[in-house]
Design a protein around this ligand. Sequence first.
Ligand SMILES: CCCCCCCCCCC/C=C/C(=O)SCCNC(=O)CCNC(=O)[C@H](O)C(C)(C)COP(=O)(O)OP(=O)(O)OC[C@H]1O[C@@H](n2cnc3c(N)ncnc32)[C@H](O)[C@@H]1OP(=O)(O)O
Ligand SMILES: NC(=O)C1=CN([C@@H]2O[C@H](COP(=O)(O)OP(=O)(O)OC[C@H]3O[C@@H](n4cnc5c(N)ncnc54)[C@H](OP(=O)(O)O)[C@@H]3O)[C@@H](O)[C@H]2O)C=CC1
Length: 327
Amino acid sequence: MSMIGYNSVFKKDLFKDQVILVTGGGTGIGRCTAHELASLGATVIIAARKIDQLINTAREIELLGGKCETMALNIRDPKQAVEVVQAIVAKHGKLTGLVNNAGGQFRSPASKLSPNGFAAVVNLNLMGTFNLCKAAFDTYMGEHGGSIVNVTLDCRNGIPGMLHSGAARAGVINMTKTLAIEWGPFNGIRINCVSPGMMMTSGLKTYPEHNPSSRMGTESEAAAAVVFLLSPAASYITGINLPVDGASSLTCAGTYGTETLFNPKTSLMKPYIGWLQQQEGGGEEEETKGQPAVKELDAPEPIIHLYERYKGFVNGGSANGGGGSKL
Ligand SMILES: CCCCCCCCCCC/C=C/C(=O)SCCNC(=O)CCNC(=O)[C@H](O)C(C)(C)COP(=O)(O)OP(=O)(O)OC[C@H]1O[C@@H](n2cnc3c(N)ncnc32)[C@H](O)[C@@H]1OP(=O)(O)O
Ligand SMILES: NC(=O)C1=CN([C@@H]2O[C@H](COP(=O)(O)OP(=O)(O)OC[C@H]3O[C@@H](n4cnc5c(N)ncnc54)[C@H](OP(=O)(O)O)[C@@H]3O)[C@@H](O)[C@H]2O)C=CC1
C-alpha cells in the first residue's frame, strides 16, 4: 500500500532561511518570540535601547542552537529605524519578517495627562511602529514582500488610566488594516496585529503594585500568536487584529477589571508556558552552567506566584492548585 504523507506547514524548519527583526526582543514577549522563531530555524535580529538585555537573550538563544544577533535601536527615531533595517539587508541580503513588539506607556488618569505625556506615548507606540514598517517597506519588503506583526495592547473598550496608549494602539490597529490593503499588492506583504491582554512579563515591573485579578496570559501565549501570524500557516490572513486575552476583553469587567470568569483561582484555561517550560528537566548541561536561568520570570512577586501556579497546571495540576485539569 502506498502512503501519501500529509504536507503540514508546521515543521521544525518553518522559518529556515528567514531573517526576522524583533523590536524589544531582549525582554518579555519579544524575548519569547525571538526564542520561538530561532527554534524554528529563523535568523533573528533583536533590537532595543538597552544592549545588555539583548546580549543576554542572544546568548540564551545561541546556547540552545539558534541564530540571533543584536542591534541598538530607538524605534522613536526614524533615522535609526532605516539604518538598522539597511544594516540587516546589507548583511543578510533580506528582511523577511518584522515584529513590532517594542512599546509601553505609563499610567495616568486622562485628567492629569499633559500634551507632552500623551505625545511621548503616541510617539513610541504609533510612530515607532510606523517608522519600522516604513523602513522595512522602503528597504526590502516593497520589492520582495514579507510579513509584519505589530504587538499592540487590548484596547477594544478603551483603556482607563492609559488614554494615550489606547489611542496609539487603536491607531496601530487601523494603520495595519490600511497597510494590508495598500501593501498586499507589493509582493504579497502581509501585516497583522496581536493584542495581548494582561500578560505575565518582565514589563510588569513598571506596575509593581498590581495584584492579578484575572487569568493572566503568559509571554509564550502572546509569542505563539505572533509566530503563527508571521508564518506561512497564516498566508491568507492579513489586516487582522488577533486578541490574545482569554476573552477577557469581551467580558463586562474586561482585562483591567476585578473578578472575571477567568480569575486565577478558578480558570480552567490551560496555560502555554512555551520555551520557558521546555527548560524544565533539561538537566544542567555543561555549556549552560552559570548562564541566566531562562525559566525564571522577572516580575513583581504576585505575578511570580501566579506563574508558579500556572507551571503546576501545565504539569498536570490545576490553576487553583488542586485536582487535575478538566480540559
Ligand atoms: C484598575 C487597575 C488596573 C491596574 C492594571 C495595571 C496594569 C496595566 C498593565 C497593562 C499592560 C501593559 C503592559 C506593558 O505595556 S509592558 C511594557 C512596560 N514598559 C513600559 O510601559 C515602559 C514604557 N515607558 C517608556 O518607554 C517611557 O516612560 C515613555 C515613552 C512612556 C516616556 O518616555 P520619555 O523619555 O519620552 O519621557 P519624558 O521623561 O521625556 O516625559 C515626556 C512627558 O511624559 C510625561 N511622563 C513620562 N513618564 C511619566 C509617568 N510615569 N507619569 C506621568 N507622566 C509621565 C512627562 O512628565 C513628560 O510630560 P511633561 O513634559 O508635560 O512633564
Ligand atoms: N505585559 C503585558 O501585560 C502587555 C504588554 N503589551 C505590549 O507588548 C509589548 C511587549 O511588552 P512586554 O514584553 O510585556 O514588556 P517589556 O517591557 O519586557 O518589553 C518592552 C520592550 O520594548 C523595548 N522598548 C521600549 N521602548 C523602546 C524604544 N523606544 N525603542 C526600542 N525598544 C524599546 C524595551 O527595551 P529597551 O528598554 O531596552 O529599549 C523592552 O525590551 C509592548 O508593546 C507592551 O506594551 C501589551 C499588552 C499587555
